[in-house]
Design a protein around this ligand. Structure first.
Ligand code: PMP
Length: 383
């Protein structure tokens, strides 16, 4: 089967697997232990922090390791909201966000915070002035993702950061960078980001490790207590093999960003053009979107049915994002762009990675055409 789901999980680099094995075997000690084995494990984490900081152009003490971007996003949003509630209880975010941001906000809403969800335009991009217009004196946090995980659209973070800070310079700016890192430039300073989340397994690291950049001077109310690990931001014995291997993946995918993007961008463009030429399909990703995500709908056809047919044809694709793929409801993201319920139910995400070739894309195109034709016949021409 050809794997087209890099946005859900990318295969780890060989070096990542080797590092994990080596650290698991040789550095099993608890980094908080005072003996030499412990301090050696602690040194490995220190080094990993420096590697991630260098990749992001920030300071080592601004990097926190977590169990994944879901935790990074929860900590960024709830940690900031709880820490700074004396400044106000208002948060601005978008309707495009990943559930780990979106539902963190809904949880705070239940506890009395006011949340403004800004809608994107019909192409899945948020207008910076609409974000800025929602910012008030009591707005503690603005959270906007770099790249949408379903349709791959890129948000104008520089303009959003500038405009938000112009309205209220004390409002913190959080960016969920999960689908952008390693494909697009990460410019935390230019965006004026105070908080930035990453996930290791999207950049060919291990599953179960995330990173949260917390700008110096920003405090978070810890969600996990019971230890002073991660500078008091997250209690619990550190996952040393995952942390060391994740730092390696972050460094390698940062270094290979341009090479990867320039290789897969033509594949994405080719695929999008092909999909645009099939009358039954509606393209939802944009030409200027992230290089690794192509998304389309077959209105009236459930995404799961299309995905199953493609799997029979040897193609492993996703129906929207992995975190929402078991939901039967239409895509919240497509609905927020004004797509109808029929299109929002029939979404398919194809995500590209290092290993894909033009040959693979040609095979996928043929499978897409075969799938559409056979489903159309099976439905008696009624979609
Ligand atoms: N944010 C975005 C944009 C994502 O795509 C994902 C992964 N689906 C996450 C957050 C959550 O990351 P993790 O799987 O590491 O918890």
């Amino acid at each position: 089967m050809l794997y087209w789901d890099y946005a859900a999980a990318a295969p780890p680099y060989e070096e990542v697997v080797q590092t994990m094995e080596q650290v698991m075997k040789q550095h099993f000690a608890n980094p908080s232990s005072l003996h030499r084995a412990g301090t050696e494990a602690e040194k490995l984490i220190k080094r990993a922090r420096e590697v991630c900081a260098a990749a992001l152009g920030v300071q080592a003490q601004e990097i926190i390791f977590t169990s994944g971007a879901t935790e990074s996003n929860n900590l960024a949003i709830k940690g900031a909201a709880l820490q700074y509630q004396s400044r106000g209880r208002h948060i601005v975010t978008t309707e495009l966000e990943h559930p780990s941001v979106y539902e963190s906000c809904l949880q705070l809403q239940k506890l009395g915070w006011e949340i403004t969800f800004v809608a994107p335009d019909s192409t899945g991009v948020v207008e910076p002035s609409r974000i800025a217009a929602a910012v008030r004196p009591d707005t503690v946090l603005v959270s906007v993702m770099h790249v949408n995980n379903e349709i791959g659209t890129v948000q104008p973070l520089k303009e959003i950061g500038q405009q938000v800070k112009a309205v209220n310079r004390r409002t913190l700016f959080h960016v969920d960078g999960v689908q952008g890192y390693g494909k697009l430039e990460t410019r935390l300073k230019e965006w004026q980001a105070d908080l930035y989340s990453l996930s290791a397994h999207k950049v060919r690291g291990p599953r179960g490790t995330g990173i949260l950049y917390v700008r110096e001077g920003v405090m978070l109310f810890p969600l996990l207590t019971g230890g002073s690990q991660e500078m008091g931001n997250r209690a619990g014995t550190e996952n040393v093999p995952n942390i060391v291997a994740s730092a390696k993946a972050v460094r390698m995918s940062g270094e290979r960003r341009q090479e990867l993007s320039s290789r897969i961008m033509p594949l994405k463009n080719r695929l999008e053009q092909y999909i645009s030429g099939i009358p039954e399909l509606v393209l939802n990703s944009r030409e200027d979107g992230v290089p690794h995500i192509v998304h389309f709908s077959y209105p009236g056809m459930k995404g799961e049915v299309m995905a199953r047919r493609l799997e029979e044809l040897g193609m492993g694709v996703a129906t929207r994002s992995a975190c929402s793929s078991r939901l039967a409801e239409p895509s919240r993201i497509l609905l927020s762009m004004g797509r109808g319920a029929a299109a929002a139910l029939g979404g398919i995400r194809i995500s590209l990675g290092d290993n894909h070739t033009e040959e693979d894309v040609i095979q996928l195109e043929q499978a897409l055409l075969t799938a559409v034709r056979s489903l159309k016949i099976a439905e008696g021409g009624v979609k």
